[in-house]
Design a binder for this molecule. Structure first.
Ligand SMILES: Cc1cc2nc3c(=O)[nH]c(=O)nc-3n(C[C@H](O)[C@H](O)[C@H](O)COP(=O)(O)OP(=O)(O)OC[C@H]3O[C@@H](n4cnc5c(N)ncnc54)[C@H](O)[C@@H]3O)c2cc1C
Length: 420
């Protein structure tokens, strides 16, 4: 029988949205249970804790975090994943270190689940040495040796540049950042940025001086036998080969919605649907940050604070304008980094789509929909439980995400004893 804990509020997610929410809830003297499957709060951007990252924003949140973690009203559960739910007020957790399970309950729940990278398949994309751009960045933040290695980053969006910055600081030779959006789209994006973000972007580009940043350019093949040794890029007119030791891919981000779906929250456009108070379609369940729509760290911090204030039934009027600005930035990102249709046609019949179960595009094309393909090929039944191949089958084969794809317990692989 698993142990049980109770509090006024439960927050799932230790990224910027979760950190901001916990700070507001503790300031209001709430008893908070804070769950995150990483070892240290910080989420994707401040992996390993904000103190380890050089930005002024990270440093200021690192200071707040120390006092939050010392607050006796907080029960902090790092290294715990929510794997099942007996309703929104009671969650079942798996402790990835100790292996034990834990039941937690609270009157209200905040989902600050973040986002993951979006992958698009092309020949060679599963070769060793080919990873997500953010995944490679995360590995390097965790100490992965990249010094002296020649790296190409390809895909779309600001994360490519953020990854390039981290990799270069760690001593990588970043040979090229290939951005699929056109120069025109990027210029329009820059023109629409508020001045503070434009200054940030220019600062980042300045730090990356000497790194080739090619717009209107995308990968078509990764070459190698047991390890990637080169990538073939195209600008739609011609193709050329670029040698590399590592290839980081990132075609934008996808909100993490599995826990929200499991609870029965409405999903809209791939994100957790929320009202202006950030309440989901379920009473007492709120959501904040990337899981409600991609918008970056500023949106995540603001929404964490906003959602916590809504949970406390505080006046939300001061949030209206900054929230509108944060949402406008998200819309600007989506508009100018929209993926070009050519990217969805790169895979051939032999290209793996489900890398957990070795299912190719040719295997999948024999079946009419996700459900039938899953039953016949085991696509989506491996360790990632369709988190990578599910969106690919939507993008490449046009199979809707909703039809027959509801997540099942456990949300992440967990020992049977967790359920006893
Ligand atoms: C790989 C990657 C790298 C990124 N790097 C940068 C960067 O360098 N700079 C930048 O500006 N932006 C980066 N981003 C964008 C980033 O998403 C936001 O800037 C910011 O981190 C969003 O904060 P958040 O709190 O919404 O989500 P996140 O920071 O993603 O935090 C969500 C947290 O919830 C946890 N979680 C989710 N589901 C569960 C569950 N069932 N049980 C327990 N815990 C759970 C996740 O593990 C994660 O720790 C990156 C995104 C990704 C995917």
């Amino acid at each position: 029988m698993s142990a049980a804990l109770q509090a006024d509020q439960i927050v799932v997610g230790g990224g910027p949205a979760g950190i901001a929410a916990v700070r507001t809830l503790l300031a209001a003297k709430q008893r908070v249970i804070w769950i995150d499957n990483q070892a240290w709060p910080g989420g994707q951007i401040w992996r390993g804790g904000p103190a380890r990252h050089g930005s002024a924003l990270g440093r200021s949140w690192a200071q707040s975090l120390n006092s939050l973690l010392a607050d006796p009203l907080l029960t902090h559960l790092p290294g715990h994943a929510v794997i099942a739910a007996e309703g929104p007020q009671q969650l079942l957790l798996h402790d990835s270190q100790g292996g034990a399970s834990l039941r937690v309950s609270g009157a209200q729940l905040l989902l600050a689940l973040g986002a993951r990278e979006r992958f698009l398949p092309f020949p060679g994309w599963t070769l060793p040495g080919v990873t997500g751009a953010g995944g490679l960045q995360a590995l390097v933040k965790g100490g992965w040796p990249i010094k002296g290695q020649r790296v190409v980053l390809a895909g779309s969006g600001p994360l490519l540049l953020a990854s390039a910055d981290t990799l270069r600081s760690a001593g990588a030779d970043v040979a090229c950042v290939a951005e699929q959006a056109s120069f025109k789209a990027l210029s329009a994006f820059a023109a629409g940025l508020p001045s503070a973000k434009l200054v940030q972007a220019l600062g980042l580009r300045w730090r990356l001086k000497g790194v080739a940043y090619r717009t209107g350019c995308w990968p078509v093949r990764a070459l190698g036998d047991t390890q990637v040794r080169a990538v073939v890029l195209t600008d739609g007119q011609r193709e050329w080969e670029l040698p590399c030791d590592a290839l980081g891919l990132g075609f934008g981000l996808l909100p993490n919605t599995e826990l929200a779906e499991l609870l029965g929250c409405r999903i809209d456009g791939g994100a957790v649907a929320v009202d202006e108070r950030l309440q989901t379609s379920l009473p007492q369940v709120f959501a904040a940050g990337e899981c409600t729509g991609i918008g970056g760290v500023d949106k995540a911090l603001l929404e964490g604070d906003l959602a916590a204030n809504a949970m406390l039934s505080h006046d939300l009027a001061p949030f209206a304008k900054p929230h509108a600005r944060a949402l406008a930035f998200g819309a600007l990102l989506a508009r100018h980094f929209a993926l070009r249709p050519e990217l969805l046609k790169l895979a051939d019949a032999k290209t793996l789509i489900c890398r957990c179960e070795d299912v190719t595009l040719g295997d999948l094309k024999a079946w009419p929909d996700w459900r039938e393909a899953k039953l016949q090929t085991r696509c989506g039944m491996g360790a990632c439980q369709g988190r990578v191949c599910g969106p690919i089958t939507r993008d490449v084969l046009g199979w809707p995400m909703a039809a027959g794809r509801s997540p099942r317990e456990p949300l992440q692989p967990a020992p049977m004893r967790c359920f006893l």
